[in-house]
Unconditional design. Structure first.
Length: 69
């Protein structure tokens, strides 16, 4: 896998740099990679959750089967 570069504003870089030093990361890049992975994983988990429509369909089916009243 080849590394790609992303540009961020210098002010944001400085804030991230402060955070990564206090969090035990060796570089801003390492910290940003960690944070982005966490965000992407969280988004993917949210996509797997039921929508309100899906939840209502399940409830309707359970009512039809007599499991809910």
């Amino acid at each position: 896998m080849s590394d790609k570069k992303v540009s961020i504003p210098e002010s944001l870089y400085e804030k991230v740099k402060e955070r990564c030093e206090g969090a035990g990361f060796e570089s801003v890049s390492e910290y940003v990679t960690f944070v982005l992975r966490e965000v992407v994983e969280e988004e993917e988990e949210e996509e797997k959750e039921f929508s309100k429509e899906d939840e209502e369909k399940v409830k309707e089916r359970l009512r039809a089967l007599g499991y809910m009243s």
